[in-house]
Ligand binder design. Structure first.
Ligand code: FAD
Length: 281
């Protein structure tokens, strides 16, 4: 199939992108890397009359340090994160997750912010942001200046976020990981590059798995953390944590996998994540 006709407007700055969105309202969509939007257009799942191209907003691309935070522009491409020394030093979890995000061609075009704005429940970046305690910075016509939303509040449900219909995700702020911190991202997928059946993104402040932060994805309408599971892992060990997870996790079945299968696989990944956190150099 081919996309329905649309006008293509290129924004030259954030203010212009927001003004164009305000002008065209529900009929318009932002397009960043186009790696999720274009397939949806071609399948005619969406038929916006206007596409507002934000891919050229270079001020929203790239990374920098601001005090104790690593700042990642929304337009930073997936692949660029993999070559970024600031990411390697201050948010290595993203490097562990990157190979699981789609395929090389998609990683070359797709953007960090596009993935977060889309909020696919089986995507890696939303879970990483949850595990890393990230903050999303948003601008919009009904927002004075900028609005900051914690990752725990940002993902609201299936493809639903705290972004208003005309809002633009500008950047993400991630607390710099302390020296000695560990991180791991693991997933099970039918083929490499597919969205996860179940995945886990985890950090700990030391190899003794202190202060674990463990986000599961592919198990619900949004990425999830379970405080009792994290507490059990830190205080009682992996057996207690897996048992706690089995009690707390009520996964949604998908077309191929039952809830029971997903619950089991989440436990398997939790064990593997614990091993890796302890072993990671
Ligand atoms: P676009 O496709 O341009 O936009 C997606 C949506 O987000 C649109 O609604 C758009 O309006 C909105 N949007 C984009 N940027 C912003 C912004 N800054 N502010 C507000 N709204 C915005 N992803 C994974 O995470 N894991 C996978 O395993 C995976 N596998 C894939 C496999 C295939 C075959 C394909 C085609 C895609 C896959 N993806 C996967 C999706 C890919 O990562 C996309 O690049 C990403 O989800 C969207 O980023 P984008 O920049 O391409 O966004």
């Amino acid at each position: 199939m081919k996309a329905a006709g649309f006008r293509f407007l290129r924004a030259r700055c954030v203010a212009e992108a927001l003004a164009l969105k305000a002008e065209h309202g529900e009929e318009a969509r932002f397009i960043a890397g186009g790696q999720s939007l274009v397939p949806a257009l071609n399948l005619r799942l969406l038929e916006p009359r206007v596409l507002i191209d934000i891919a050229g907003l270079r001020q929203l691309a790239g990374t920098r340090l601001e005090g104790d935070r690593l700042v990642i522009g929304a337009l930073t491409r997936h692949a660029a994160l993999g070559a970024d020394p600031l990411v390697a030093s201050h948010a290595p979890l993203l490097l562990h997750a990157l190979p699981h995000v789609a395929h090389a061609a998609i990683r070359n075009r797709g953007t960090f912010g596009g993935s977060l704005a889309l909020a696919d429940p089986a995507a890696e970046w939303p879970a990483c942001c949850l595990a890393l305690d990230a903050t999303m910075v948003v601008a919009g016509p009904r927002i004075e200046g900028e609005r900051r939303v914690a990752a725990a509040e940002f993902f609201r449900g299936l493809y639903a976020t705290a972004l208003g219909p005309d809002d633009l995700l500008l950047r993400v702020e991630i607390p710099r990981q302390p020296a000695g911190a560990r991180s791991v991202a693991l997933e099970l997928a039918r083929r490499h590059g597919d969205f996860a059946i179940v995945g886990v993104a985890a950090t700990a402040s030391s190899g003794a798995v202190a202060d674990p932060r463990i986000a599961f994805f592919g198990v619900a309408d949004r990425p999830l953390r379970f405080a009792p599971v994290e507490r059990a892992l830190a205080e009682q060990g992996i057996g207690a944590a897996v048992a706690e997870l089995a009690r707390r996790l009520d996964p949604a079945a998908d077309l191929y996998h039952s809830a029971a299968t997903k619950r089991h696989l989440a436990g398997v990944l939790l064990r593997r994540a614990d091993d890796r956190l302890r072993a990671a150099a």
